[in-house]
Write a new protein. Structure first.
Length: 192
């Protein structure tokens, strides 16, 4: 995705959040880049401004629908992240929005689980851990923001999946990696 498309994705995410919070309506758009019709994974993250505290983060790790639909749905869902109270109208001028465009997750190929930490590129790789019905994802920046090494990153992704922290050492656990391209507002920006 080029910078112009990234800026447009941010505008659309902001608009979707604004319309949802103000009117409880889903943004319907027809004016967007044609490339947004391709299937792509995406996460929308909302931060408080200027504190930069997490306020919501929801998305689609897999490319299961057109980017434009995944983007709008993720923006609306991030505004209602169940870990927090739903975003209120009073907060709209005090948030910044970030859009993370994901590559298709790729399964790590290892002979034994002890090889995982050597294959993870901290700061570049996001992780998905999957075991049975449990699945958890952490974006690449989580490891750098919390000064995690590869083993800690694996353990925290396991915890996010509702698994024990050492579940990555189990040969039945599947671990995927993905990369992101991030676009973020520098300050709150009103749609329109």
């Amino acid at each position: 995705m080029n910078d112009k498309e990234g800026i447009r994705a941010l505008e659309i995410a902001r608009q979707a959040i604004d319309i949802w919070v103000r009117e409880h309506q889903k943004l319907m758009l027809h004016d967007y880049p044609k490339s947004f019709d391709r299937n792509c994974g995406v996460f929308v993250t909302i931060f408080t401004y200027p504190e930069k505290n997490l306020r919501g983060c929801i998305g689609y790790p897999e490319p299961i629908m057109p980017f434009i639909l995944a983007l709008v749905n993720s923006a609306i869902n991030a505004a209602q992240d169940p870990r927090f109270e739903p975003l209120s109208m009073n907060e709209l001028d005090n948030i910044v929005v970030e859009v993370s465009v994901l590559t298709k997750p790729r399964l790590f190929e290892v002979k034994k689980p002890e090889e995982y930490p050597k294959k993870i590129n901290i700061g570049s790789d996001g992780l998905i851990v999957e075991s049975g019905y449990n699945k958890g994802l952490l974006l690449p920046e989580v490891a750098t923001e919390h000064n995690m090494d590869a083993k800690e990153f694996l353990s925290h992704t396991c915890l996010k999946a509702g698994l024990p922290p050492e579940a990555w050492k189990d040969s039945s656990t599947r671990i995927y990696r993905f990369r992101t391209q991030k676009f973020r507002e520098k300050k709150p920006r009103r749609p329109g």
